[in-house]
Design a protein around this ligand. Sequence first.
Ligand code: PLP
Length: 424
Amino acid sequence: MMDLYRFMGIEKKVYEFGCQVWEGLRERFDQIDTISEYNQLKVLKAMQENKVSEACLYGSTGYGYHDLGRDTLEKVYASLFGGEDALVRPQITCGTHALSTALSGNLRPGDELFSPVGKPYDTLEEIIGIRPSRGSLAEYGVTYRQVELLKDGSFDYEKIKESIHEKTKIALIQRSKGYQSRPTLSVNRIRDLIQFMKSIKEDLICLVDNCYGEFVEKEEPLRAGADLVVGSLIKNPGGGLAPIGGYIVGKKEYIENSACRLISPGLGKEVGASLSVLPSFYQGLFFAPIVVAGALKTAIFAANLYEKLGFRVEPSGTESRHDIIQSVELGKKEAVLAFCRGIQSASPIDSFVTPEPWAMPGYDNDVIMAAGTFISGASIELSADAPIRPPYTVYFQGALTWQHGKFGILMSLQKLVDAKILTF
Ligand SMILES: *Cc1c(COP(=O)(O)O)cnc(C)c1O
């Protein structure tokens, strides 16, 4: 084994340090395997209950009327996540689009959208109109309000209570911290928050941005009282196989509203050919619990490895996990470049290219991105990115297998050693 690692560019001392870190994580990894076993059974149960058949894999063209595979897949998602109905489509182009569809489908002029957990994910700012944008909810007369989390990361119940009023239609709850430095919400914390908000306004629609959270825990937010959950298929639930897509699951009426926005009023869920994506949607969902487990192990391995080397990591090596994102504060630009180049050179695709920091639309600083993925931009695959600014924090996520994740993290460390940023 060590010979092969050495042949692939990992020195003995780096490999041995990695093994030592891994030894301390066996129990933790066992717990992750138990959760993935539970979720694997849940996926199977949903597929069996809804009688997924060979015919479901064929797909449709044109208008896509009576698309058995598409309609059955939506029933599978509804059963699995605990909703009445679902919209799972290749016509939903990404997570941002899924969120935009669910929000604009269910909000009307004069309504207010409310975030009880602070600023939402960057791309949501333009959907809402926090940053003025063409076609934003603000342009359609939907107002927005948010309440920050308290300093210790807890909910500001008092301010939340003051902020919910007659016009408040949807509460947007982002489960993952994304690329912010607040804690990610556990499903239990989401339950507390929803119970509190519904005690103030019973008919408030609680919508959870579930990106990066699927299958990390045993239960999903609909079981915690949410009305809608929304996510991307090129993250967790696509299992690395879905080449595009998003999902919205929840109350029937809200799914119908979303479908009428996605497709057209009057057409709704009945239209939308699945083309040839269904096998990857089904099989990706089938693999997803195992893939998410690999991504979680990779994140926990990296957190412990870099923590041992004296870097600040978030979440910490021992904290409980509610999403697959990991950050490491590397302290200087050269370290960020070395880390990202390690991830890139460990990839199955484009391992020979060197990522460089570059100006990107929507960012104030240059950004470096490392990704050698089968599906372009899929962040369930091992990928890392970092804005080039103090404190030089790199964010990474994914790995389709734990074995690849381990190699990628060891390679990031090797590049730090090669650049003489670290010595053993
Ligand atoms: C990724 C992500 C989104 C947006 O998804 P895209 O597929 O990148 O458009 C929204 N919210 C959160 C929390 C995310 O992690």
